[in-house]
Design a protein around this ligand. Structure first.
Ligand code: IZC
Ligand code: ZN
Length: 409
């Protein structure tokens, strides 16, 4: 199967299979009047200046002079869950904080109840529909975390759903085990025992079944402290997992510092990150997975993205799609916020939603740039350039979405 995309006004992409930091965060290639030849789902040839790749094609798409980029990579989602939490909004508007609601047995624990009640099929069908919607927004690869089961049966159920989605859905889905997302009611007041149970039972079982590539922990006030997070992550590393950590979302209790010390692949959120934590991340080679739509939805400040870029920390922007603090899977909205609130440039942002998250979920060799030999995951935007994509707000500008050389939208 040979596909040609011709008449590309601007083909914009980062290059390479590594994460980009500092001044390289904003390095993109821009090819004018370009074309892409695809064979069996792989990019074969890229031309510019009106030149057309040679050969016969089974299908030709005219990009009509528009912007073409790599398919977006969403590096942080809670894609699989049992129910929304719209009931929390009146409480939030009356002044209750995210952690107040969690401490009162709601928040994540509300989603845990609904996820434990849901069958595999119910969770699968809901999440597959979310993936369809994601792809319609131009996302062709995403990460998905467990963490609403919080016991053996239900964490495995969630991870089996994520695995089945990865096998059956056109999107690439990368699984993260997040058993340490909250303390379930049966362990109330016994966080240390819960962490021990994770380290002794769940982490090894998830490993044995090959159901996740990463382990993640919610290091946060009233959830898991830095010592508990460290214990969990060290047990995960000993089992061969790579590490992620939800750090400094609400309070800086040392999560970003720990991420750097453990050389975690990524620290996620970082709204409240301080100098010490950021310096530790820079030293440990830890990527920042920033979630601006969550800052917006929680009414919080925005993570210090410019400082991170200055310190040489690779920056990603992800959706954080989840039923509580960010019920949106439109990564384009996060792009708008990255532009206006993080003050990142359109070039830096493109890197933050393509190659950097691809590397943070171990898919940098496969996706995240438009280069010969990479998977043909491509978006034609209803926009002439990245500036327009960063500027227009509230519309879906993904016009044509191509995954492994197949037109999905
Ligand atoms: O369901 O609230 N921050 N985990 C940590 C979340 C947000 C997801 C949720
Ligand atoms: Zn999260």
């Amino acid at each position: 199967m040979r596909l040609l995309i011709k008449n590309i006004g601007c083909l914009q992409t980062p290059t390479g299979s590594y994460s980009h930091k500092g001044s390289k965060q904003g390095q993109n290639v821009k090819l004018i009047d370009a074309a892409i030849a695809i064979e069996d789902g792989i990019i074969k040839e890229i031309t510019q200046g009106g030149k057309i790749p040679a050969g016969d094609f089974d299908q030709v798409i005219d990009a009509e002079g528009k912007l073409v980029t790599p398919g977006l990579v969403d590096g942080h989602t809670h894609l699989v869950f049992g129910g929304y939490r719209q009931n929390e909004i009146p409480m939030k508007l009356a002044g209750a904080g995210y952690l107040d609601i969690l401490r009162a047995g709601g928040g994540i624990l509300d989603t845990v109840r609904k996820t434990r009640e849901a069958t595999f099929e119910e969770l699968y069908d809901k999440s597959a529909a979310f993936l369809d919607e994601m792809m319609s927004f131009g996302i062709t690869t995403c990460e998905a975390k467990s963490g609403y089961g919080l016991d053996m049966e239900n964490e495995i159920k969630m991870l089996e759903v994520i695995k089945a989605l990865g096998e059956n859905h056109p999107a690439d889905v990368v699984p993260t085990f997040m058993g340490a997302h909250a303390i379930p009611p049966e362990y109330e007041g016994r966080g240390d025992e819960y962490i021990d149970m994770m380290c002794d039972e769940l982490i090894p079982e998830v490993r044995r079944r090959g159901l996740a590539e990463f382990c993640d922990v919610f290091c946060e006030d009233s959830v898991f402290d830095s010592a508990q997070s460290k214990k969990y992550l060290e047990a995960a590393r000993a089992q061969g997992f790579e590490l992620k950590i939800h750090a400094d979302e609400i309070e800086d209790i040392g999560g970003s510092k720990l991420a750097g010390e453990l050389q975690a692949v990524s620290a996620e959120h970082l709204i409240a990150a301080g100098e010490e934590g950021m310096d530790s991340m820079a030293e440990g080679g830890t990527t920042a997975m920033l979630l601006p739509a969550t800052s917006f939805y929680l009414g919080k400040t925005f993570a210090p993205a410019r400082t991170m870029i200055e310190k040489g920390i690779p920056v990603c922007i992800a959706s954080d799609f989840n039923p509580g603090s960010c019920p949106s899977l439109n990564l384009q909205l996060a792009i708008n916020l990255g532009y206006l609130r993080y003050k990142m440039t359109p070039e830096e942002i493109l890197t933050a939603v393509t190659i950097n998250p691809a590397c943070a979920i171990n898919r940098g060799e496969l996706v995240g740039t438009l280069e010969e030999g990479k998977q043909a995951d491509i978006v034609i935007w209803n926009a002439p350039d990245m500036e327009m994509l960063c500027y227009r707000f509230g519309s879906n500008l993904a016009q044509t979405v191509i995954k492994k050389g197949e037109v999905i939208k």
